[in-house]
Ligand binder design. Sequence first.
Ligand code: HEC
Length: 280
Amino acid sequence: MSLEGKRPFKFWIIIGMSFLLMLAYLLATAPEPLVGSEEVKFAMSTEEALTLLAHENDVTRTLYTRAIVGKGKEQGLQFSEDWQHQEVIAGPLPALFLRGVADYLTSSDVPLGLYLGSDFPIESSNRFQGKQAEEFKKMRADGKPKIFRDEVLGETIGMYPDLATAKACVSCHNDHENTTKSDWVLGDLMGATTWSYPGDSVTTDEFLSMLLAYRSGVAEVWERYLEEVEQLEEEARPAVGEKWPSSGFNLPNASVFQDSVASQSSPYLVNELTKLIDSN
Ligand code: HEC
């Protein structure tokens, strides 16, 4: 299967339809707003919701790193940690793509937090502190996600392994002038994406708002990237549309990029939501 996840059109129609059906079912069975002493029916624990989001984020991050940064560089596209500076015309590094989504979430109405940290960070503000540093140590030992309550903030925190899934992760981090570790290898645990959300369970509506907020953040960062690209001289500007850097000097437009993420993450979402419905 290619990076962009090409499958027969029919396959995605079926997956798409089942996902929509599932959402329709969930919405139809969503709890009524609180009336008097009526009980609110929660659809899932916050832990389950964060785990679904972490998967969506993994798919997005891996697609961006491999199919856009990795393949794009081979075509001559530039990516920089200074991509936001006015004089730099480049795409965001993978970590900064994620930071852009995190900033979008902070400014949105959805109280969902996202942070990418490590015990050996390039950027010192990405170093885990306190309880998160302790939990990350445990993740170093067993490689498993860590979910816990922050009693002070009343939030559920979910930390998910961030692995060196592409050669580019390793070479860029090892060679970076501010690196704090220069012997990363493919497959290493490089850090963790940390999510936070108030409370310990969410309704279906809340989960959908979380997922949609994340996707809107991705769309917004993608649009900002395409705005950078538009500033390039014509001969240095890739064609933006249906095609990917794997097939030439191209960049997918926002909807093509997002369709690819959705087609890769939907089977998992449908599966997990089915299990949650079954167990409720
Ligand atoms: C071309 C360079 C480059 C590539 C490729 C790259 N990173 Fe990074 N990464 C950086 C830089 C620079 C930062 C610090 C950005 C900031 O926060 O200012 C960073 C930040 C991070 C952080 C947060 C901790 C830290 O080091 O500051 C993690 C974890 C991380 N990257 C993992 C990865 C993984 C996993 C991949 C591959 C999927 C990857 N990176 C690909 C350059 C890169």
